[in-house]
Design a protein around this ligand. Structure first.
Ligand SMILES: Nc1ncnc2c1ncn2[C@@H]1O[C@H](COP(=O)(O)OP(=O)(O)OP(=O)(O)O)[C@@H](O)[C@H]1O
Ligand SMILES: [Mg+2]
Length: 330
């Protein structure tokens, strides 16, 4: 197996062409995900987490969304250069997605069995459906879907939210993807079900070796589930590193504020700390640091010049933060 990262996103810029102007929703973002690794992406609402994830498989808002620059190297190929037809072969097979709301991921008019079997057939559409029944039951069982044989005939509305999300997980894992993008997959679930679901994902990931990009507001989930972490603000990654390094030595003032509400890495469930003020509208051109208007440490240079990534406070090679005042504490 090569040492190259599975996914190597370089200087990705994604824009939306709106009546009010061109809005960079992903602004020069670079990160990697290794094979079998879990990367957490955190940041407040509107910071560009979903747009970053959706850019990878190019499911952007129709007509207005486009990749304006950068590379998306996945297993050695640049997905940003792929045609729609080529991307269709990657989506759901090599890269699967689990979305926040299982209602939107499952089709209400087809049975669960139908939808799992369709996912299994992506690998070889010539396979007759009947031959995949056993396999479908197995993937549902792996996701701990109780009474899997009977569930094959059920429609989505006949299942609980937690059970539906397990089916979505089963569909995501059914084609043995190399990468799973999970965009807030547990937000719609209650806390005890969340934990069970996350443990399931982790177990299956260990067995299959799939890498996961986990998008969440929940730093407790990041601490428990992720190896590395990228913190987004205003369409940019402002800090990244191993979860251990970033939690122990948060370096960007925004990350410091986020982590204030998390007393220790063992905390199970915590929501993001509320920071005074609002992020600037993404349509506004900002020459400097996007956090400057809310940052107590900001000086003139922050407002006029964009900070490049620099080594974070942990001193670890992989830990970086983009701030002009890295030596100072909030
Ligand atoms: N279809 C759209 N039309 C216009 N603006 C959009 C559209 N989709 C997203 N945006 C804008 O793009 C920016 C990034 O959105 P994105 O969905 O990536 O945020 P996010 O970090 O995933 O937020 P959340 O935590 O709420 O899911 C936001 O400012 C959002 O308002
Ligand atoms: Mg989102």
């Amino acid at each position: 197996m090569s040492n190259e990262p599975l996914l190597d996103v370089r200087n990705l810029t994604t824009v939306l062409d709106l009546a009010a102007g061109t809005m960079p929703v992903v602004d020069d973002v670079s990160f990697t995900v290794g094979r079998g690794e879990t990367l957490g992406i955190v940041g407040e609402s509107g910071s560009g987490k979903s747009m970053t994830a959706n850019s990878i498989i190019q499911i952007l808002p129709k007509k207005i969304g486009r990749i304006a620059g950068g590379k998306i190297l996945f297993d050695g190929r640049d997905l940003s250069q792929f045609s729609d037809a080529d991307l269709t072969k990657v989506r759901g097979r090599e890269i699967a997605m689990i979305l926040q709301d299982p209602h939107t991921s499952l089709n209400p008019v087809y049975t669960i069995g139908n939808q799992v079997i369709e996912a299994l057939r992506l690998d070889d559409p010539r396979q007759p459906k009947r031959s995949l029944l056993g396999k479908a039951i197995n993937v549902l069982k792996k996701m701990n879907v109780a009474d899997a044989e009977r569930r094959l005939h059920a429609f989505p509305h006949q299942m609980s939210g937690g059970m539906k999300q397990r089916v979505v997980g089963a569909i995501a894992f059914s084609s043995a993807p190399k990468l799973i993008i999970a965009d807030e997959p547990t937000t719609a679930l209650d806390v005890t079900i969340q934990l069970q679901y996350l443990q399931l994902l982790e177990g299956i990931q260990k067995n299959t070796g799939a890498a996961i990009i986990f998008i969440t507001h929940d730093l407790g989930i990041v601490a428990n589930l992720c190896h590395r972490l990228a913190v987004m603000y205003g369409g940019r990654i402002i800090e990244s590193g191993t979860v251990k390094d970033v939690f122990a030595a948060p370096s960007h003032p925004y990350t410091q504020a986020l982590l204030r509400s998390v007393p220790s890495i063992d905390t199970k469930v915590y929501r993001l700390y509320a920071i005074e003020g609002q992020p600037p509208p993404l349509t506004e051109e900002i020459a400097g640091c996007k956090f400057a208007s809310r940052c107590p440490l900001a000086t003139d240079v922050c407002r006029s010049h964009r900070p490049d990534p620099k080594p974070g406070r942990s001193g670890a090679v992989s830990h970086e933060a983009s701030c002009w005042h890295l030596g100072e504490t909030l």
